[in-house]
Design a protein around this ligand. Sequence first.
Ligand SMILES: NCc1[nH]cc(CCC(=O)O)c1CC(=O)O
Ligand SMILES: [Mg+2]
Length: 336
Amino acid sequence: MSFTTPRHFPATRMRRMRRDAFSRRLMSENVLTPADLIWPVFVLEGEGQREPVPSMPGVERLSVDLLIEEAREALELGIPALALFPVVDASLKSELAEASYSPDGLVQRSVRALKEALPELGIITDVALDPYTSHGQDGILDEQGYVQNDRTVETLLRQALSHAEAGADVVAPSDMMDGRIGEIRQVLEQEQRVNTRIMAYSAKYASRYYGPFRDAVGSAANLGKADKSTYQMDPANGDEALHEVAMDLSEGADMVMIKPGMPYLDVVRRVKDELKVPTYAYQVSGEYAMHMAAFENGWLDADSVILESLLCFKRAGADGVLTYFAKRAARLLTEQ
Ligand SMILES: NCc1[nH]cc(CCC(=O)O)c1CC(=O)O
Ligand SMILES: [Mg+2]
C-alpha cells in the first residue's frame, strides 16, 4: 500500500473549482455592490457644524449643508439612498413629542434641502418619537410609564405625513407600535401621496446593540436604565418575526426590515424564504462600534472585514443593508 497515491481518487474534489480566480468567480453565488447599501446619517441644526460621535469612531453628526456634500459623494459612489436621523435639541423634547411633526422641523427642512440638491438620491426618514420625547421612549406614556399604542400611532401619522409632504421618498417606521403601517398607508393614500414608499422596521428587536446610536442622537441620557421590551421584540424569538413581517406587508409595507443585523441573519433568511419580498437588514451602531474597536486595535483588517460582513447579509437573503460603512464599502467596491 502506497501512501503517496490515494486509494480512491474522489470524483468530486471541492478544491478544483477553488483552484483559480476565474473559476472562483464563475461559481460565486452572491455579489455585493454599492446598490445594496443604504447610508444612515445624523443631522444637526446649524451651518458648518460637524461633531464626532465618540462611541462610533469615524461617524459624524453634520449640519445639512455639510451633509449635502457628503451625500453627493455617496450618490456618486452609487449608493441609492440614505436614512436620516435627527439630533434634536433638548429644548424641543416633550412628553407628547409635538416637534416630531412640525413642518419646519429639522428632518422636514433637511429632506427639502437634500431633495432639492440631489433629487436622484433616495431619502428615507425615520418615523418614531424617541428623538423628540423627554423620556427617550418611542411613544407616548400613560401614568404608569407604559407606551400607549394607539395614542402613539396618532402622532406617528402626523410625523409620517409631514415627512412625505417635505418630499421623503420612503418613510420608515421604527417604533414597533401595532397597526401603524396600515394607518400610515391609509393617510398617505388619502393625501394623494400614493408613491411614498413604506420601509417597515417589522422585526425590530429590543437590542442592546443600539447603545451608540442612542449616544449619537442624544436619547441615551433621557432613556436612562429603561428599556423598550414592551414594544420591541424579544431576541429569543424567530417565528414571531414572520408574524410581524406578514402583518406589515398586509397593512401596506413595500419593504421590510430586520434589525439588528449580524446576530439576526437567521431571521433575514427565514423572512426572505417565506415571504419573498424586498427585505433589508440594519447593521446597527453597536455592530459598527465593535468592528471599529477591533480595527483601531489592529485586531482585524478593516477593508476586507467590512466587505465580508456586508456580503454575508446578501448571502442571508437581504436585498440591501443599512450600514454606517456604506461610503467606505462603496469606495472599496469601486476600487476593486
Ligand atoms: N426608533 C429609534 C431608532 N431607529 C434606529 C435605531 C437604532 C440604530 C442603530 O443602533 O444603529 C433606533 C434606536 C432604538 O430603537 O432605540
Ligand atoms: Mg408590528
